[in-house]
Design a protein around this ligand. Structure first.
Ligand code: IMP
Ligand code: MG
Length: 172
């Protein structure tokens, strides 16, 4: 695998993140917003998104361990780190790097019901439709893409490339 094209430049990611931040700021007036980042991929996007939201919000993280190969998610999902804040009555916004098959987020949406939150919504930097298996609706989408394996800005291939400022495709 090698890095090929740049798909999303760092400047465009910043612009789109500002747009999402404004929308979220408007939609969550008077609510109890908690951003919950899905580790590891979402850590950079969450850091930028949180600073684009002008509200008194809380931040937490969870980590999903799914057992599959390097480039896709298998159906088996478990949490290797649970959120730690009290989520009862809170307005949860799950922050993801990329929705691909939808397996991770459809599982997570069900998982949060046990905490009796006021609401659960999803914000993903990228909504990728190539391999969608589960019907998940992403409430806030940065970019919609149709195919390709992406790296950079938090996204990895075998744990590498997360630190690249822009998003690129990888090819054989
Ligand atoms: P899903 O459960 O298939 O929707 O997969 C979502 C997770 O798979 C994301 O949170 C990523 O960690 C990983 N993933 C899916 N597509 C890509 C990609 O193109 N590059 C890097 N990671 C990806
Ligand atoms: Mg991820």
């Amino acid at each position: 695998m090698k890095i090929s094209k740049t798909i999303l430049h760092s400047k465009d990611i910043q612009k789109q993140t500002a747009v999402l931040g404004k929308q979220i700021t408007a939609d969550y007036q008077g609510k109890n917003l908690v951003l919950i980042g899905v580790l590891n991929g979402a850590f950079i996007f969450l850091a930028d998104l949180a600073r684009a939201i002008d509200l008194d919000l809380e931040i937490d993280f969870l980590r999903v361990s799914s057992y599959g190969n390097d480039t896709s998610t298998s159906g088996t999902i478990a949490l290797s780190k649970e959120p730690e804040l009290d989520l009862k009555g809170k307005d949860i916004l799950l922050v993801e790097d990329i929705v691909d098959t939808g397996t991770t987020l459809s599982w997570l949406a069900g998982y949060f019901a046990q905490f009796s939150p006021a609401s659960v919504k999803i914000c993903s930097l990228i909504d990728k439709h190539e391999r969608r298996k589960m019907d998940v609706s992403v409430d806030y989408v940065g970019f919609t893409l149709h195919k390709g394996f992406l790296i950079g800005y938090g996204l990895d291939y075998a744990q590498k490339y997360r630190n690249l400022p822009s998003i690129h495709t990888m090819e054989e």
